[in-house]
Design a protein around this ligand. Structure first.
Ligand SMILES: [Zn+2]
Length: 383
């Protein structure tokens, strides 16, 4: 209990809302993951289509080259036939002019053949490169096809696993929703729709979701966990996790010995387990110039209760009805002007200090009780 002065409790509604928010978050994450998987498969399929197109172009180029080669080969045959025809004719010519003309035609045909032979050679060199292109594209296609099959299997498995988890979270979500008051659930749903989340942790006087500083009373009320409190800035329902509070230095805790409140002082703090219609309260009295004043605060929220009362005389005499057997005197030294500055709510640090002192006062009174019992049992006649 030491250090966790106010409370470690949490309202059941709030506990369920925390569970609900976790379920909502997980369901959203899983659904996003399920939606993303087909997109990943589609991206690989697109790459696969690109590789197929490259392969298709490489194969088309090979075919075009083969056709070109066949065309050149048949052109060579044609020219060779022409040459042999010219040779036959040259045997039968009558004039030198005719002979020269035929020789000229033969030279032309031979030139054509050499041109075609050069082209064929070029195509043959090219064919080696084209063959390599085709082989590379085929290998890539094979690898990508294997990869996409693997991806598809993984995507199917992952989707099935995600869907199973979604079903589990949905069940948890239903349970959590069933455990929350209907009005509160509507508030949570409304804020969630607009802001993505409906509940936020309050830590170090701040709403962690919107980072706005909370008023001391609001923060104290969240910590007290006796009612549902919302952030005035973002409307999220607030909760406090005591395990996130800064742990007190153990050395300081061990050394701590309670100072005894001075009997005569201008200021006196008290705790009462019940006060008028309220439950537990802290009271502070000030004595000044023959007058005394009284402030009352709710002990869990630090909220001021009722008006400040001023009466004539020293406080014990002025407020006799306040001093029953269950009253506990506490240490406290804050000036009246500090109190005025706080307004109608005690700062968290003040509230914590009062609770700490109250705990120590209770421990002390228990020890005194044990001591009395021990004395009584040793000397039965004395009691
Ligand atoms: Zn907020």
């Amino acid at each position: 209990m030491r250090g966790k002065i106010v409370t470690a409790k949490m309202l059941p509604d709030v506990q369920n809302l925390i569970a609900l928010q976790q379920a909502d978050r997980e369901i959203l994450r899983l659904k996003e993951e399920i939606a993303a998987l087909p997109k990943r498969v589609a991206a690989i399929e697109e790459r696969l289509a690109g590789t197929k197109a490259v392969l298709e172009r490489a194969r088309t180029a090979v075919k075009a080259d083969e056709a070109a080669r066949r065309k050149h080969e048949s052109a060579i045959q044609d020219q060779q036939q022409k040459i042999s025809k010219y040779r036959d004719q040259s045997l039968a010519v009558k004039t030198n002019e005719q002979y020269k003309a035929l020789l000229h035609e033969i030279q032309f045909a031979e030139q054509d053949i050499r041109g075609s032979e050069d082209k064929i050679l070029e195509l043959m060199v090219n064919a080696e490169i084209r063959e390599k292109d085709v082989k590379a594209a085929e290998a890539e296609l094979k690898a990508e096809t294997a990869e996409i099959e693997k991806e598809k299997v993984e995507a199917r498995q992952r989707t099935a696993e995600d869907e199973k988890q979604v079903a589990e979270w949905n069940a948890k979500r239903d349970t959590a929703r069933a455990g929350v008051d209907a009005d509160l659930l509507r508030q949570y749903d409304r804020v969630s729709r607009h802001r993505g989340t409906g509940i936020s942790e309050a830590r170090d006087h701040k709403c962690l979701a919107c980072q706005v500083m909370l008023r001391p009373q609001t923060y104290n009320e969240v910590r007290a966990a006796t009612q549902v409190v919302t952030c005035e800035s973002c409307q999220r329902i607030l909760y406090h996790d005591p395990s996130h509070d800064e742990a007190p230095d153990p050395a300081v805790v061990a050394r701590r010995r309670r100072a005894h409140p001075k009997f005569e002082s201008s200021q006196a703090w008290y705790y009462r387990p019940s006060f008028e219609d309220h439950g537990e309260v802290f009271l502070v009295y000030f004595n000044s110039k023959g007058m005394s004043s009284r402030h009352v605060y709710d002990s869990s929220s630090g909220r001021g209760l009722g008006d400040v009362l001023v009466r004539e005389g020293e406080y014990r005499l002025a407020f006799p009805e306040d001093f029953g057997d269950d009253v506990i005197r506490l240490n406290g030294n804050w000036t009246e002007s500090e109190l005025e500055e706080w307004g109608n709510e005690l700062p968290t640090a003040t509230l914590d200090a009062l609770h700490r002192d109250l705990d120590l006062a209770r421990v002390e009174s228990r020890k005194r009780g044990h001591a009395r019992e021990a004395v009584a049992s040793e000397h039965p006649a004395a009691s």
